[in-house]
Design a protein around this ligand. Structure first.
Ligand SMILES: [Fe+2]
Ligand SMILES: [Fe+2]
Length: 156
């Protein structure tokens, strides 16, 4: 049975620059703790798993990098499908913008996968060390947080 967590008090909105600054100084543990900001049940569980997969990918060798990025992509696609299904079921306002932000991250991730595949490991690692934590911080504090009422309807 899913355990619902209360939402900590945070500013209503985070700007991109705030999120970037936060992400740059973000420890792995801090990112792992961000999952409690938004969502509950399966959505929050997915955020925990995302932080775990991200942490593992940061430690990947060059030879392992493509596999870790592919695992991250698989997890994210399933997670985004769940969120977008819940947003549609709730007819939540702003759901097209929310889905577009999911697509933006997948686009960057596909670029990182192509880079890793081609041996451009530092480019691929840039996604893990900068793009993903920056995106995650901003997306979680704003879009996922605003969508929390819809996510609470999760019956998965
Ligand atoms: Fe989301
Ligand atoms: Fe999410």
């Amino acid at each position: 049975m899913a355990v619902r967590k209360s939402l900590p008090s945070l500013p209503d909105q985070s700007t991109a620059s705030e999120a970037q600054a936060a992400a740059q100084g973000l420890s792995r543990q801090a990112l792992g703790g961000l999952h409690t900001i938004a969502g509950s049940g399966a959505v929050a569980g997915d955020h925990v798993e995302l932080a775990h997969l991200w942490d593992q990918a940061l430690d990947a060798t060059d030879a392992q990098l493509t596999c870790h990025l592919a695992t991250l992509r698989h997890h994210l696609v399933e997670h985004f499908e769940l969120e977008e299904r819940l947003l549609a079921a709730a007819d939540a306002p702003g759901r097209a913008r929310h889905a577009a932000d999911h697509g933006r991250l997948l686009h960057w991730l596909d670029d990182a996968l192509r880079a890793a595949d081609g041996g451009a490991y530092e480019t691929a690692r840039g996604f893990l060390s900068h793009d993903l934590p920056t995106w995650f911080t901003l997306h979680l504090r704003n879009l996922d947080r605003m969508a929390a009422p819809a996510f609470r309807q999760d019956q998965r």
